[in-house]
Design a protein around this ligand. Structure first.
Ligand code: HEC
Ligand code: HEC
Ligand code: HEC
Ligand code: HEC
Ligand code: HEC
Ligand code: HEC
Ligand code: HEC
Ligand code: HEC
Ligand code: HEC
Length: 430
C-alpha cells in the first residue's frame, strides 16, 4: 500500500501541475486505468500501450476498453480486479474465432462509423462471411484462416491508405504471403504456396513491387479486400477487364466467350494464367513456336489454328514494313536530310501495331487485317517518305557533282586565262 500511497501522491501532484494544460487541451481524456497500469508492465502486456500511440482508433478517442471491455476509470488504475472485471464487460484476449465479430460490432454499424469517417464502408464483416476465409472460420471452425487482425494488426491499426499499413497496396503481397507463402503453415491444405513467388515474377508483381506502379493489381485487386474468393471462371474477364477494358470487351464479343462459358474454361486465364502472367510476344501466335497459344485447344489446320497463324502473318508483315521505314528514314537522317514528318508517321505506325495486338482478342484474322490497315498505311507512307528523302539525297549529290565539275572547269579556264595574261605581260615588259 505504501507503494500505492506514493503513486497517489505523484498522481495528485501531476494533476495539479497538469491542470492548466488540461484546460488548454480540454478534449484530452484522462489516462485510462488500463494504460496507467499496463505501461508499468512489460513484454506483451506493455506492447499494446506503445503500439496504440499510432492507432487510428486511439486517434479517434477509443481506448483499450472499446475492444477488451472492462472499466477504464482512472480511479481503478491500481485495482486489476475492478478494472478487468467481467461485470464491466471485460473479455480478456479475444480468441481468433471471435475477432471478426468483435471488430464487426462497430464496423457493421453505419451510424457509428459515419460519425467518425463517412467515407469508410461498413460491409467488411458481411463480405468476410462470404469469403473462403470467413466460410472456413464460421462453418468449419478453422481458425488458421485470416481474421481481421492478421491483415490489419490488432494494436497500431492504420488507415488503409496509409503507406505504412499492412493492407497498403505495396505491402499486401507480403501480408498475404505470411500464410500463403509459408509452406509449413499451409501444409494441411491442398492449394500449395506458389502464388507469392509466381506473382512476384509476373508483369503485375514487377510493376507494383519494383516500379511501384500503383495501377498494377495487388492480390486484393483480383480477390477482393474482404470477400477473398478466387474469382470464379466465368467472371475472370470482368476482374481483368476492370483495368484491361479493351481486351475484355473484345473477348466478350468473340466466339470464345460463349464457348468458354459452356465448357467451363477460364477466360483470360486460359491463355495468360493467373499469378505468373508474363509479357506476351507475337511468338504466341506463331505456329512454328512452342508458345503458340491457339494450338493449346485447336488442332493443326482447324479454323482456330488457321486464324492464329494468319494473325501472326499480318503482325509480322506490319512489323517488317515499320522496320523497313525505320531503316530508310534512319539512313536519310544520318546523311543530314530533314525527316521529322516521316519519323512522326513511324510513331503513328508503331501505335497502330500496339493497338493491333489488342485486336487479336477478336480471334478472327479478317478483323485484325481490317483493323491493322491504318498501321499498314502509315508504314507505307513512311517507306515512301524515306525513299523520297534518299532519292532527293541522290539528286542533290548528282547536282553537287555537276556543279563541282562546272566550278572546276570555270576555275581551270580562269587559271589558264590568268597564266596567259601573265605571259603576255611579262613579254611586254621585257
Ligand atoms: C492494476 C493493473 C492493471 C489494470 C488497471 C489493467 N490491467 Fe490488464 N493486465 C494486468 C496484468 C498484471 C495482466 C496479466 C495477468 C492477467 O492476465 O491477469 C493483464 C492482462 C491483460 C490482458 C491479457 C489477458 C490475456 O488473456 O492474455 C488484457 C487484454 C488486458 N489486461 C486488458 C486490460 C484492459 C482493457 C484494462 C482496462 C479496462 C486493463 N487491462 C487494466 C494488469 C492490469
Ligand atoms: C481495436 C481493438 C483493440 C484495441 C483498441 C486494443 N486491443 Fe488489445 N487486443 C486486440 C486483439 C484483437 C487481441 C488479440 C490478438 C491475437 O489474437 O493475436 C488483443 C490482445 C491483447 C493482449 C494480449 C497479448 C497479445 O498481444 O496477444 C493484451 C495484453 C492487450 N491486447 C492489451 C491491450 C491494451 C492495454 C490496450 C490499450 C492500450 C489494447 N489492448 C487495445 C484488440 C484490441
Ligand atoms: C485477408 C486480409 C483481410 C482481412 C481478413 C480483413 N481485411 Fe480489412 N482490408 C483488407 C484490405 C486489402 C483492405 C483495403 C486496402 C485498400 O483499400 O487498398 C482492407 C480495408 C479495410 C477497411 C477500410 C475500409 C474499406 O473497406 O476499404 C476497414 C475498416 C477494414 N478493412 C476492416 C476489416 C474488418 C472489420 C475485418 C474483419 C471482419 C477485416 N477488415 C478483415 C484486408 C483484410
Ligand atoms: C469501438 C468500435 C470499434 C471497434 C471495436 C473496432 N473499430 Fe476499427 N474503427 C472504428 C472507428 C470509429 C474508426 C474510424 C474511422 C476512420 O477514421 O477511418 C475505425 C477505423 C478502422 C480502420 C481504418 C479505416 C480507414 O481506412 O480509414 C481499420 C482498418 C479498422 N478500424 C479495423 C479494425 C479492426 C481490424 C478491428 C478489430 C481488431 C476494429 N477496427 C475494431 C471503430 C471500431
Ligand atoms: C493467417 C493466414 C492467412 C492470411 C494472412 C491470408 N490467408 Fe488466405 N487462406 C488461409 C488459409 C488457411 C486458407 C484455406 C485454404 C484452403 O481451405 O484450402 C486460405 C484461403 C484463401 C483463398 C481460397 C483458396 C481456395 O481454396 O480456393 C484465397 C483466394 C485466399 N486465401 C486469398 C488470400 C489473400 C488475397 C490474402 C491477403 C489479402 C490472404 N489470403 C491472407 C490463410 C491466410
Ligand atoms: C491478376 C489477378 C490476380 C492477382 C493479382 C492475384 N490472383 Fe490469386 N488467383 C487469381 C485467379 C484468376 C485464380 C484462379 C481462380 C480459379 O481458377 O477459379 C487465383 C487463385 C488463387 C488462390 C487459390 C489457389 C490457387 O493457386 O489456385 C489463392 C490462394 C490465391 N489466388 C492467392 C493470391 C495471392 C496471395 C495473391 C498475391 C500475391 C494473388 N492471389 C494475386 C487471380 C489473381
Ligand atoms: C488493377 C488493374 C489490373 C488488373 C485487375 C489486371 N491487370 Fe494486367 N496489367 C495492369 C497494368 C498496370 C499492367 C502494366 C504493367 C507494366 O508492364 O508496367 C498490366 C500488364 C498486363 C499484361 C502484360 C501486357 C503488357 O503489354 O505489358 C498482361 C498480359 C495482363 N496484364 C493480363 C492481365 C490478366 C489476364 C488479368 C486478370 C487475370 C489482369 N491483367 C488484371 C493492370 C491490371
Ligand atoms: C485464346 C487466347 C487468349 C485469351 C483467351 C486472352 N488472350 Fe490476351 N493475348 C493473347 C495473345 C496470343 C497475346 C499476344 C499478342 C501479341 O503480342 O502478338 C495476348 C496479348 C494480351 C495483352 C498484351 C497486348 C495488349 O493488348 O496490350 C493483354 C493486356 C492481354 N492479352 C489481356 C487479356 C485479357 C484481359 C484477356 C481476357 C479478357 C485475354 N487477354 C484473353 C491470347 C489470349
Ligand atoms: C482454351 C482453349 C482455346 C484456346 C487456347 C483457343 N481457342 Fe479458339 N475456340 C475454343 C473453343 C472451345 C471454340 C468453340 C468450338 C470450336 O469452334 O472449335 C473456339 C472457337 C474459335 C473460333 C471460331 C471457330 C469457327 O469455326 O467459327 C476461332 C476463329 C478461334 N477459336 C480462334 C482462336 C485463336 C486465333 C486462338 C489463339 C490465339 C484460339 N482460338 C485459342 C477454344 C480455344
Amino acid at each position: 500500500m505504501e507503494h500505492g500511497e506514493g503513486w497517489r501522491l505523484k498522481y495528485i501532484l501531476c494533476s495539479m501541475l497538469l491542470a492548466p494544460c488540461s484546460m488548454l487541451f480540454a478534449q484530452a481524456p484522462p489516462e485510462s486505468s488500463c494504460v496507467t497500469c499496463h505501461k508499468q508492465l512489460d513484454a506483451e502486456l506493455l506492447a499494446p500501450v506503445t503500439m496504440m500511440e499510432n492507432d487510428v482508433h486511439a486517434h479517434n478517442g477509443f481506448g483499450c476498453e472499446s475492444c477488451h471491455g472492462g472499466n477504464p476509470n482512472p480511479s481503478v488504475a491500481e485495482d486489476p480486479e475492478a478494472a478487468m472485471s467481467r461485470a464491466a464487460g471485460y473479455i480478456g484476449k479475444p480468441s481468433r474465432k471471435n475477432i471478426p465479430r468483435l471488430c464487426g460490432e462497430c464496423h457493421s454499424d453505419p451510424a457509428l462509423i459515419k460519425k467518425y469517417n463517412p467515407a469508410v464502408p461498413t460491409d467488411q464483416l458481411a463480405a468476410y462471411r462470404t469469403s473462403h476465409h470467413g466460410q472456413r472460420l464460421f462453418e468449419a471452425g478453422d481458425d488458421k484462416v485470416a481474421v481481421c487482425s492478421d491483415c490489419h494488426g490488432n494494436h497500431g491499426i492504420l488507415a488503409a491508405n496509409d503507406s505504412r499499413s499492412a493492407v497498403y497496396a505495396l505491402n499486401v503481397p507480403a501480408t498475404c504471403g505470411r500464410c500463403h507463402g509459408n509452406a509449413e503453415y499451409m501444409a494441411s491444405y491442398s492449394i500449395g504456396t506458389q502464388q507469392i513467388a509466381d506473382y512476384d515474377s509476373s508483369v503485375h508483381g514487377q510493376a507494383l513491387l519494383r516500379k511501384r506502379d500503383l495501377a498494377a493489381p495487388a492480390c486484393n485487386d483480383c480477390h477482393g479486400n474482404h470477400g477473398a474468393i478466387p474469382p470464379d471462371v466465368a467472371s475472370i474477364s470482368h476482374v481483368c477487364g476492370r483495368c484491361h477494358i479493351n481486351n475484355a470487351e473484345l473477348f466478350d464479343k468473340s466466339p470464345h466467350a460463349k464457348a468458354y462459358a459452356e465448357m467451363g474454361l477460364a477466360q483470360c486465364e486460359a491463355c495468360h494464367g493467373n499469378h505468373k502472367i508474363t509479357q506476351p510476344t507475337d511468338e504466341r501466335l506463331n505456329p512454328a513456336s512452342e508458345e503458340f497459344a491457339c494450338a493449346q485447344c485447336h488442332e493443326a489446320e482447324s479454323e482456330g489454328w488457321k486464324n492464329g497463324a494468319e494473325m501472326y502473318g499480318i503482325l509480322t508483315d506490319l512489323k517488317t514494313k515499320i522496320h523497313m521505314a525505320d531503316s530508310l528514314v534512319g539512313q536519310a537522317e544520318r546523311a543530314g536530310m530533314e525527316v521529322s514528318e516521316a519519323k512522326f508517321i513511324i510513331t503513328s505506325a508503331d501505335d497502330e501495331l500496339i493497338k493491333a495486338r489488342t485486336q487479336i482478342h477478336n480471334y478472327r484474322a479478317a478483323i485484325l487485317r481490317e483493323r491493322s490497315q491504318s498501321g499498314v498505311t502509315f508504314a507505307n507512307q513512311a517507306v515512301e517518305l524515306g525513299r523520297a528523302a534518299l532519292a532527293e539525297l541522290q539528286f542533290r549529290r548528282k547536282g553537287l557533282a555537276v556543279s563541282m565539275v562546272i566550278i572546276f572547269v570555270v576555275a581551270a579556264a580562269l587559271y589558264a586565262k590568268i597564266r596567259r595574261r601573265d605571259v603576255e605581260w611579262r613579254g611586254e615588259s621585257s
